[in-house]
Design a protein around this ligand. Structure first.
Ligand SMILES: Cc1cc2nc3c(=O)[nH]c(=O)nc-3n(C[C@H](O)[C@H](O)[C@H](O)COP(=O)(O)O)c2cc1C
Length: 179
């Protein structure tokens, strides 16, 4: 099976989570991982059986040009101590999904968000899965949020949880394949 793990990330948290998910998926097929602003992302999606797509939660949902602009502003505030990802300026998951011609038949969605009550944080992952379904892709497993602190630092144990979730995605994908 060919698996594409595609992510958006302004400050690196979602990139690290995506790489950990890819590790968990490694026993289940050929895994390619790419940022939405890397041309390889589209190529990987076009040839994949399964797309695992994720991004940061911005304003309770998927990022928009305005929220990514806000993130750029945060990164130039020395008090926040945030380093911008080299591939950060550009498109987001929402636009990438809209502009990618071929979306794999199977998918799973994830996000990163702040570790506070879901009612307060919102979560991008459900919106991403909904957008994938609108493109005709079937979810193999429920969307998942991985958590960061209010200071934008990955929570303790979240990389391990991401690896385990990747393994669960792989197992779920196999159940779909065997049907
Ligand atoms: C403009 C902006 C808006 C955000 N809005 C939310 C939000 O509504 N809920 C939330 O839980 N986190 C929110 N966050 C925090 C990010 O989801 C979180 O820091 C994420 O891990 C960043 O991922 P990244 O490092 O891959 O960019 C927001 C961050 C930014 C920059």
């Amino acid at each position: 099976m060919s698996i594409a793990v595609i992510y958006e990330s302004m400050f690196g948290n979602t990139r690290k989570i995506a790489l950990a998910i890819a590790e968990g998926l490694a026993p289940f097929g050929m895994v390619s991982t790419a940022n939405v602003n890397d041309p390889r992302a589209r190529k990987a999606a076009h040839s994949a059986n399964l797309l695992v797509l994720g991004g940061p939660t911005h304003v309770h949902g998927m990022s928009r040009p305005s929220s990514r602009q806000e993130a750029l502003t945060w990164s130039s505030d020395p008090r926040k101590d945030l380093e911008l990802e080299p591939l950060a300026p550009g498109t987001g998951v929402r636009e990438w999904l809209r502009d990618t011609e071929l979306i794999p038949p199977l998918s799973a969605a994830f996000d990163t968000r702040v570790d506070i009550a879901h009612l307060l944080s919102g979560a991008a992952c459900g919106h991403i899965q909904h957008a994938l379904a609108k493109r005709g892709s079937r979810e193999v497993i429920a969307p998942e949020s991985l958590l960061v602190t209010k200071d934008n630092i990955l929570g303790v144990g979240e990389l391990a949880r991401a690896r385990d979730w990747g393994t669960s995605v792989g197992r779920a994908m196999e159940r779909f394949r065997d049907r």
